[in-house]
Design a protein. Structure first.
Length: 94
């Protein structure tokens, strides 16, 4: 099977047009965690504001899977995972 090559801009415009007509979200950005091993000066979640309690209010693996299932069933076409650093979660690849 050959996959047709489509420029990103064309695909993006197509999806947005298709989803706008259905009043469906095209994209969802999920912040999996506030934890991060970097200390970037421009970061909007510096550890001083969180007081070392970054993990206390995080959803667990099953809760995130439930959220993601609902997002996908709502018609979202792509999901971005952000944080903090989502790779600090041991369950990220699940």
């Amino acid at each position: 099977m050959q996959i047709k090559e489509i420029p990103y801009e064309e695909e993006s415009l197509y999806l947005h047009d298709k989803l706008w007509k259905k009043e469906k979200p095209a994209h969802c950005q999920i912040e999996l965690t506030f934890r991060c091993s970097h200390r970037c000066v421009y970061c909007y979640i510096p550890p001083l504001l969180l007081g070392g309690k970054e993990q206390e209010n995080e959803l667990n693996t099953e809760e995130w899977k439930n959220v993601i299932d609902k997002v996908v069933s709502s018609g979202v076409q792509w999901i971005s995972f952000t944080g903090g650093d989502p790779f600090v979660r041991k369950d990220f690849l699940e």
